[in-house]
Design a protein around this ligand. Structure first.
Ligand SMILES: NC(=O)c1ccc[n+]([C@@H]2O[C@H](COP(=O)([O-])OP(=O)(O)OC[C@H]3O[C@@H](n4cnc5c(N)ncnc54)[C@H](O)[C@@H]3O)[C@@H](O)[C@H]2O)c1
Length: 271
């Protein structure tokens, strides 16, 4: 497949580009930062919130799919979050409809359901049909981006897979990560399955590895062909206990659900 991958300079993009290329896909990179030294593929320096620039970049080559990673992976004001996650997704979707690019794989987040009390899901893994329950304005942005994808699937017949990624890291670093970790190799497997599964329509999966301590349901991902192979438990003896582990276990979103992240939705010049 020929794939446009946004957020190419980021931590996930830098793993997916070689991972998808090794699996026989052709990746066209896009990021708002300039091409990094040594990158030898096609690179578009574009802000995904600019619809004209996005349309022009997508128009430069025929494409089979878009993998949309570009966005700020943390908390911000509400307008910043909406621009970073919703406006960027909208610009890509409009260009995809115009140019008949049939599929998008979206880097959503566990923070779309991060305010779900974890106790509610114990004994029954958290499913993808749980109500949207963001823990931050970041999570609100992800919920809204997922809703937008669903709308474009229904209106225009696109295929879209929202991957609610847990903790993408070389290895787990905290007790929470023993449940939420997504290994580099499983991330490549997850995105490839989302790109190649037959006619998913609009689908959601949890982007975690096959962690012994997982409490998010992997069935939806498996139904799309995502078969994770790594397990955070292999690193458990190296993970230190910390005083905040218990508080981080209270909600799906861990620390993002805590009061440290409470802030007004809008930045005011006078404050
Ligand atoms: N890393 C994780 O554990 C994790 C977990 C859940 C979800 N996600 C989501 O995955 C995506 C990628 O995360 P990451 O960890 O690679 O983040 P990152 O910050 O390492 O990379 C993001 C990249 O996107 C680019 N970017 C940001 N806004 C842009 C814009 N408007 N136009 C073009 N490029 C833009 C940045 O320049 C950067 O290169 C994000 O959407 C994030 O919310 C990540």
């Amino acid at each position: 497949m020929k794939i446009l991958l946004t957020g190419a300079a980021g931590s996930i993009g830098r793993v997916l580009i070689p991972g998808l290329t090794d699996r026989g896909h052709q990746v066209v990179a896009l990021d708002r930062v300039p091409v990094p030294d040594g990158f030898d593929g096609v690179w578009h320096t574009v802000d995904c919130a600019d619809p004209d620039a996005v349309a022009a970049a997508l128009d430069e080559q025929p494409l089979d799919a878009v993998v949309h990673l570009a966005g700020h992976p943390g908390e911000a004001s509400l307008p910043e979050s909406l621009t970073s996650h919703v406006v960027t997704t909208a610009a890509l979707l409009d260009a995809m409809v115009e140019q008949q690019i049939p599929r998008i794989v979206y880097a959503s987040s566990n923070h779309a359901v991060g305010r779900t009390p974890r106790v509610e899901s114990l004994g029954e893994d958290l499913g993808v049909l749980t109500r949207p329950r963001p823990d931050t304005f970041y999570g609100v942005g992800k919920v809204a981006a997922e809703a937008l994808l669903s709308l474009y699937v229904d209106r225009h017949g696109l295929d879209a897979v929202s991957c609610r990624i847990g903790s993408f890291l070389p290895e787990p670093e905290t007790v929470r990560h023993l449940s939420t970790w997504l290994s580099h190799d499983d991330c490549v497997r997850m995105v490839e399955a989302s790109l190649t599964t037959t006619a998913p329509g609009y689908a959601v999966l949890y982007g975690i590895s096959a962690n012994t301590r997982a409490w998010w349901d992997l069935a939806a991902g498996r139904a799309l062909g995502y078969e994770p192979r790594d397990n955070a438990e292999e690193f458990a003896t190296r993970v230190p206990d910390r005083p905040q582990d218990e508080a981080e276990a209270a909600f799906v979103g861990g620390p993002f659900a805590g009061e440290a992240f409470y802030r007004p939705a809008l930045d005011r010049a006078s404050v």
